[in-house]
Design a protein. Structure first.
Length: 156
């Protein structure tokens, strides 16, 4: 059960007037291994309607319920004060887990990049997805320096 959506309750509780969410995450194949079919969460509404919401796999294994179509399908919205349990976007560049104090750029800890890399290396990483080789670094550094030149008229 995910705490992000509208105070979910466990399916078999006697109070049917509240929302509850079942994820299908406990579906297993006959041999006990996880089922390979895409997972969907089912949101059971007080009026008896059931909406299926896709479960997405995050970069670092976290799972997310995709509620983009929640309003269109149900006429309802999710309530998450302070967006404490809401991902605002997907990113191939940045991973943030505030409560755990994790900030990664392209899989590298920001603190490690600040301590062990220079500006040119970090720019290359952010643009290309990996740290540069020595030859890539030299070429990229020369290119950056060429773009940093100030026109003579601005020096006057």
């Amino acid at each position: 059960v995910y705490p992000c959506l509208m105070a979910p309750k466990i399916r078999n509780q006697s109070d049917d007037s509240r929302f509850f969410l079942s994820t299908g995450l406990d579906n297993h194949a006959a041999n006990g291994s996880p089922a390979l079919a895409p997972c969907k969460a089912q949101l059971h509404l007080p009026d008896g309607r059931v909406d299926e919401l896709p479960i997405l796999e995050g970069t670092h294994g976290d799972q997310f319920i995709d509620i983009r179509n929640l309003s269109a399908h149900t006429g309802m919205f999710a309530f998450d004060p302070g967006f404490s349990c809401t991902a605002s976007c997907s990113s191939a560049i940045t991973y943030i887990d505030g409560p755990k104090g994790i900030l990664l750029y392209r899989g590298y800890a920001a603190a490690d990049l600040a301590e062990h890399s220079d500006f040119c290396e970090v720019c290359f990483l952010l643009l290309n997805g990996n740290l540069p080789t020595r030859s890539q670094y030299k070429k990229f550094d020369a290119s950056m320096k060429g773009h940093m030149m100030v026109h003579e008229k601005f020096k006057e």
